[in-house]
Design a protein around this ligand. Structure first.
Ligand code: F6P
Length: 324
């Protein structure tokens, strides 16, 4: 493997820049030519590929977002799009591709690697933390801290006004962010995609808070839960439970931005470094991940196949107990 390209694809995640820096510098250290692809798979198709030096990645370690930009590219799902992408890589003699992203990114990488035999390594980068084979995905820790910071602020105003807040957090179809931030912010309840909590149970819980003299309450709503968005849920709850003045906050994309936490900077650096070492050794169709503080390889197939976050029932139960 002489020439290696790196791209970020799907939703951005804090720590991607630290990871890009590690990929580029590790490759250059080992005498490889390094290329950055702009806008994910779209840049492969558009031939938006630039050679990178150690200086191209100076002073980006601490920045949120991704300097390579990102996109969700539909054209790469088509054979014609993949063909063009491969030709553009071939023209530059690029024989290794490192992709940083989530499940959509890995699905594309796996098909591309299988079809054209190019060496592909995946790095788990998504705030959702929903890939099998890495205890943590890049960006998740920062997002948890960003969400907690926001909820703490809402808690101040909720308590001052004796209000009930429904706060919607991201996670697509994974409740990992919601459950962890519910614990860390002392939320009264959390609605998750993986576990059904009926609105009746939710109201019972909120009523018990009134009985035990809670002046305000916070409910975390994971975006993938089965009752819909936070506004819908707040409306349904209000029909049957009127004790509090009720407000809704959708945290939205602020959860994806911001300077990466120390943890994500270190994780991004470790995963980027490991990805290049793996691809140089000839590994392909693998994801580098952190498991129990060790970097391990997991096949893309497995990372995708078992991608659902397994909700820990004991943590949900704990959230319930600690918020009495
Ligand atoms: O996968 C990361 C994520 O932030 C999800 O939590 C969310 O559902 C989705 O991306 C939002 O995507 P977009 O930025 O394309 O609206």
């Amino acid at each position: 493997i002489r020439n290696i390209a790196v791209l970020t694809s799907g939703g951005d995640a804090p720590g991607m820049n630290a990871c890009i820096r590690a990929v580029v510098r590790t490759g250059i250290y080992h005498g490889r030519n390094m290329f950055g692809v702009m806008q994910g798979y779209q840049g492969l198709i558009d031939n938006n590929i630039n050679e990178m030096t150690a200086r191209s990645v100076s002073n980006i370690l601490h920045m949120g977002g991704t300097v390579l930009k990102t996109a969700r590219c539909l054209a790469f799902k088509e054979d014609a799009g993949m063909e063009i992408a491969f030709k553009n890589l071939q023209d530059r003699h690029i024989d290794g591709l490192i992709v940083i992203g989530g499940d959509g990114t890995f699905t594309g990488a796996k098909r591309f690697g299988e079809k054209y035999g190019i060496n592909v390594i995946g790095i788990p980068g998504t705030i959702d933390n929903d890939l099998y084979g890495s205890d943590f995905t890049l960006g998740y820790d920062t997002a948890v801290n960003t969400i907690i910071d926001a909820i703490d602020k809402i808690r101040d105003t909720a308590d001052s006004h004796d209000r009930l807040f429904f706060i919607e957090v991201m996670g697509r179809d994974s409740g990992c962010l919601a459950l962890r931030t519910a614990i860390a912010s002392g939320a009264e309840a959390v609605l998750l995609p993986e576990k059904e909590t009926s609105l009746k149970q939710l109201i019972t819980k909120l009523k018990s808070g009134v009985t035990t003299k809670k002046s305000s309450s916070i409910v975390i709503v994971s975006e993938g839960n089965k009752y819909g968005g936070a506004y819908d849920i707040a409306k349904s709850v209000k029909r049957k439970f009127t004790h509090y003045d009720t407000k809704v906050t959708i945290l939205g994309h602020l959860q994806r931005g911001g300077s990466p936490s120390g943890f994500d900077r270190i994780l991004g650096s470790r995963l980027g470094y490991a990805a290049v070492n793996a691809i140089i050794k000839g590994e392909s169709m693998q994801m580098v991940g952190l498991r129990g503080n060790e970097i391990k390889l997991t096949s893309l197939e497995e990372a995708l196949h078992a991608h659902n976050y397994k909700l820990e029932d004991d943590l949900l139960e704990m959230t319930h107990v600690l918020s009495i």
